[in-house]
Design a protein around this ligand. Structure first.
Ligand code: UD1
Ligand code: CA
Length: 493
């Protein structure tokens, strides 16, 4: 038997979220690299529901834009001036096909830890029990603020009373309404038509559907959930951080159970869409963000921030910041490297300490080991870029691309002023300022000739410690000639 699927999931996201004190709508705040409403949409989609609707109102256009970017197939429902969760669901239903039958789930756009699995379990138990309404509840030590579940003498769910409408006895109840439900579509429609606004907040409460359905003789039940954090909403920045940390803890746990070593989950932050291969090791202080993927046996960290970066099998990345970069199998990066968009490092290649790269295609086994800026450059396989080399790619107007051929060698402290094409198997002498192409097998020497002026120190720095040192060294040299000074003229040292 295939898993039963809900006909629709309606995600409520019209509320204002004033306690966030933010110019960004609450549901667009992020944890784990995804907006709060994005988490709700993901979970809804995982049920396989035919329709997923989002009810919007506050900052409507911004919320719709972000939701549509994540999921083009969403049904957008606009809530009108009538307030309350009941009205929100009614507006959601109006945007869905009028003849919809079967199970309709309702969730919130600000409850980010709820999983698709939980919604599937809710749907299954709702349908198997033949219920008209299943409300997800939890037992909380401190139920302040939540709607309380009132049960009858037989222990069956009778109604839900909002905190603001509750009596002292009702406030003492610790079973709370999570705000997540499964409804029979027809029962939901019929009951909502009867819900009024005669309550402490003057709102159309979705919770009233429960007593209305029960009074109509329809079976209502509670679906008690043990993992109460899955039902917890974000109301302010403190809860945003708490649920963000909890989500991260869960993501880290999932990777560890799948065979990834995470030395310190407390200082490791992994976005929900990151993939990590088996036997990879993540060292403390690392952030793996966006669509980053880490190959098996790779070692990341300590102290890395990798965004939308692909790391190959067995590669190692230490104290680096990378963005939209591809790091090949067995390659090494860091420490203290900055890989900007368009960096591609070939298999077993190296980007070393204090190196910045951008639009840099670095071939297999090629090395850029120390203190280099490599922007807009193609570096061939096995090439070696000496310490301190700068690819001067920008003339103030346009960017220019340079090429270093495979197995070529650029001497330390060179400036390659783009566009320059150094062929395969060529050399550039250290300290060169390169402006012209170099052909295969050539060495380019592009620097001033060295000129030594003897006696300069004695003349121009007379009386200094340097002059004294020079005089002493010259005297000693006369007494104990060094091998270099005894080389006969014309001999090759
Ligand atoms: C609601 C429940 C309460 C439950 C609590 C769980 C009702 C009447 N009360 O209370 O029993 O314990 O959730 O968190 O349902 N929303 C809209 N349109 C509206 C009002 C709200 O879309 O007009 C959305 C909000 O954006 C939010 C969700 O519905 O995502 C819940 O709204 P909120 O105001 O937090 O509900 P509570 O009053 O806390
Ligand atoms: Ca709330």
């Amino acid at each position: 038997m295939s898993t039963p699927r809900p006909a629709a999931v309606i995600v409520l996201a019209a509320g204002e979220g004033t306690r966030m004190k933010s110019s960004t709508p609450k549901v667009l705040h992020r944890i784990g690299g995804l907006t709060l409403v994005g988490h709700a949409i993901r979970a809804a989609r995982e049920t396989g529901a035919e329709h997923v609707g989002v009810v919007v109102r506050h900052e409507r256009d911004r919320v719709v834009e972000q939701c549509a970017a994540l999921d083009a197939g969403l049904v957008i429902a606009d809530q009108d001036d009538v307030k309350g969760t009941g009205r929100a669901v009614e507006c959601g239903l109006e945007a869905l096909p009028a003849d919809l039958s079967g199970t309709i789930l309702v969730t919130y756009g600000d409850v980010p830890l709820l999983t698709g699995d939980t919604l599937v379990q809710l749907t299954v138990s709702h349908q198997e029990s033949g219920s008209a309404v299943s409300v997800v509840t939890a037992h909380l030590a401190d139920p302040t603020g939540y709607g309380r579940v009132v049960r009858d003498a037989q222990g069956r769910v009778e109604r839900i009373v909002e905190h603001k409408d509750a009596t002292a006895d009702e406030l003492a109840l610790t079973e709370i309404n999570s705000g997540i439900y499964a409804f029979d579509a027809q029962v939901l429609r019929d009951a909502l038509a009867q819900v009024g606004t005669d309550n402490a907040q003057g709102e159309k409460y979705l919770t009233d559907v429960i007593s209305i359905a029960r009074d109509a003789g329809r079976p209502v039940r509670a679906h008690v959930i043990g993992d109460r954090l899955q039902t917890e909403g974000v109301n302010d920045r403190v809860q945003l951080a708490e649920l963000g940390r909890e989500l991260n803890r869960r993501v880290c746990e999932r990777h560890m159970r799948a065979g990834v070593t995470i030395v310190d989950p407390a200082t490791t932050w992994i976005d929900v869409d990151v993939s990590i291969g088996q036997d990879a090791t993540i060292l403390p202080g690392s952030q793996l963000l966006g669509a980053t993927s880490i190959g098996p046996d790779a070692v990341i960290g300590p102290d890395c921030t990798l965004t939308d970066t692909e790391v190959g099998a067995g590669a190692s990345v230490t104290r680096a910041v990378t963005n939209l970069a591809v790091i090949g199998d067995g390659a090494t990066v860091g420490p203290y490297s900055f890989l900007r968009p368009g960096t591609r490092l070939g298999a077993r290649g190296k980007i070393g300490g204090f190196v910045e790269t951008k639009n840099a295609d670095i071939g297999e086994g090629a090395k850029v080991p120390h203190l280099t800026y490599a922007g807009d450059v193609t570096i061939g396989a096995g090439a070696n870029i000496g310490a301190g080399t700068i690819f001067a790619n920008y003339d103030g107007v346009a960017k220019h691309h340079s090429v270093i051929g495979s197995h070529s060698f650029v001497g330390s402290n060179s400036v390659v002023i783009g566009p320059v094409d150094v062929a395969d198997g060529a050399y550039v002498a250290a300290g060169s300022t390169l402006t012209q192409d170099v052909e295969p097998g050539e060495i380019a020497v592009a620097r001033g000739q060295q000129r030594n002026v003897s006696g300069w120190v004695a003349r121009a720095r007379h009386g200094t410690a340097t002059a004294a040192a020079a005089a002493a060294a010259q005297k000693a040299g006369e007494r104990h000639p060094s091998p270099a000074t005894t080389t006969a003229e014309g001999d090759q040292p």
